[in-house]
Ligand binder design. Structure first.
Ligand code: FAD
Length: 456
């Protein structure tokens, strides 16, 4: 494989973060090879919302956005009901922002598009390769796999929530923590909804429908997709066991899932009952404290995506932040050059830390709004229940922000001068938080100034 004089990078993990980083590197004249544990690209997966700040980036990757759009739907509203089946709010969903679409996409379809594009532009991908040995010195970094060594100018660890890279960088061997919740996930043929008169009408929908029912400590989503004739059902519920695992093969129990919606709107129950047992999985929602250490001591290993900042699904933006990370990191490397990789990695963290710490927290806050709803406040303003689609996330141009602010962030890193993030809500003052703090707040009802992220 040809190595670029501009810099050669070893990327650990071939999820959204890893593939996006590899593509951005190639696009800007660097070379990259990706090492991924999975023996092949998984064809399982349900739905992921890809916001406009990510489609803005993907739009620069040849025809990839066109391919992703073919695996996507674009519901116009999210209809929010209480558990009794009373409509709370029809929340409009933006179709696009600055012309960049907001997509509800099939997860494996998106990954396939990224993967095929990465291969087409010359990224090398080593599948079936688990990486757990890194080394680095002042000039380079590398990995060892069995008796083989691979070297590059640096390592970019995109290995997700159970990241080995995070352990290497922080020196702390801590497993991901439970968030107290799990989600039953399923994707199945739409025709299944025709078996019950209460859900039969969904099968003749000509447009995508996105419905959510919210109740105490639980919420249920139904996505109806006429084009691929599919349905998605999620039931987010309190997690009752302490085993920390996340896997597409962790089977869910229909009986237990139904218990979570006992006494709920019969339409919701009928949709949940339509899930075929064989596709049902129970996915533990794990997360980690935001860490202030994304870069190794020698400066040649950096964390990107969920390895740096795992998100809960209720933020709707974990994958998007991984793609923004990729565009940011590569723009900074492009600006500072190969000679300044350790500085570039620290600048990358400076540009991203406060934003992603807040989007991580937003996932908890949104869930709290739905699970411990302040119904008096909702009676006055039902819009507080909507899935946040704020301009500071959806309107962000991560690549431009990085080019515009790298010099200032570099000065801040080198001289310790102040740096004011402008990719967070205007006027927001950053506060560090931990998972423990959020879990302690979990049972609290809403009080004044409870939420740090406005729901607009
Ligand atoms: C139920 C659910 C719904 C979600 N919905 C949304 C949404 O609507 N919108 C959104 O933006 N985000 C959403 N997210 C979050 C999003 O899925 C993640 O933030 C995103 O996938 C992170 O990408 P990543 O590449 O950093 O990590 P991952 O996708 O976890 O990829 C990590 C990759 O690294 C590989 N790997 C791990 N360890 C090693 C190793 N040692 N060696 C080699 N390879 C390794 C793994 O096999 C994997 O392929 C959701 C998450 C969940 C759980």
């Amino acid at each position: 494989m040809a190595r670029s004089e501009k810099g050669h990078f070893l990327i650990i993990g071939g999820g959204f973060a890893g593939l996006a980083t590899a593509i951005e590197l190639k696009r800007k004249g660097f070379s990259a090879e990706v090492f991924e544990t999975a023996p092949e690209l998984s064809l399982i997966g349900d739905v992921i919302q890809i916001g406009s700040s990510a489609t803005r980036i993907i739009s620069k990757w040849g025809d990839t956005l066109k391919g992703v759009t073919e695996y996507s739907s674009r519901p116009k509203t999210m209809s929010i009901y209480n558990s009794a089946g009373e409509l709370v709010f029809d929340s409009p969903i933006l179709a696009d922002y600055d012309g960049f679409p907001i997509l509800f996409s099939n997860r494996s379809g998106v990954q396939k598009c990224f993967y095929e594009y990465a291969l087409s532009i010359g990224v090398t991908v080593h599948l079936n390769t688990r990486v757990t040995e890194y080394f680095e010195n002042d000039e380079c970094a590398g990995i060892t796999i069995g008796s083989k060594e691979f070297k590059g100018d640096a390592i970019i660890a995109c290995d997700g929530i159970h990241s080995y890279g995070r352990r290497y960088v922080t020196g702390i061997n801590q497993i991901a923590q439970t968030s107290g919740f799990s989600v039953y996930r399923s994707w199945f043929p739409l025709e299944r909804l025709s078996h019950d008169p209460l859900t039969k009408h969904f099968t003749s929908s000509t447009e995508e429908e996105l419905i959510m029912w919210v109740g105490r400590d639980t919420h249920t989503n139904l996505l109806v997709l006429p084009k691929p004739q599919g349905a998605v059902v999620f039931v987010t519920h309190p997690d009752t066991d302490n085993e920390a695992s996340e896997s597409w093969s962790r089977k869910g129990s229909m009986e237990d899932m139904m218990k979570n919606v006992e006494g709920w709107d019969p339409i919701c129950r009928a949709a949940v009952a339509a899930v075929p047992q064989e596709v049902l999985i129970d996915w533990k929602l794990l997360w980690r404290d935001p860490t202030r250490k994304w870069v190794s001591d020698k400066g040649r290993v950096v964390l990107v995506g969920d390895s740096a900042h795992p998100h809960l699904p209720t933020s709707g933006t974990g994958g998007v932040q991984a793609i923004e990370d990729a565009a940011t990191l590569v723009a900074v490397l492009d600006s500072l050059g190969k000679e300044k990789i350790p500085l570039a990695f620290r600048v990358f963290q400076k540009l991203r830390y406060e934003r992603t710490s807040l989007t991580q927290r937003m996932g908890w806050e949104t869930r709290h709004r739905w699970h411990k709803t302040d119904w008096e406040a909702v009676a006055k303003d039902p819009a507080i229940m909507k899935m946040p689609q704020p301009t500071w996330i959806y309107g962000h141009d991560a690549e431009k922000y990085a080019y515009d602010r790298t010099a200032e962030a570099a000065e801040s890193v080198e001289k310790g001068t102040a740096f004011q993030s402008t990719n967070i809500p205007e006027g927001h003052v950053h506060e560090d938080w931990t998972v423990e703090m959020m879990l302690a707040l979990e049972q609290d009802e809403v009080q004044k100034n409870f939420y740090k992220v406005a729901n607009v």
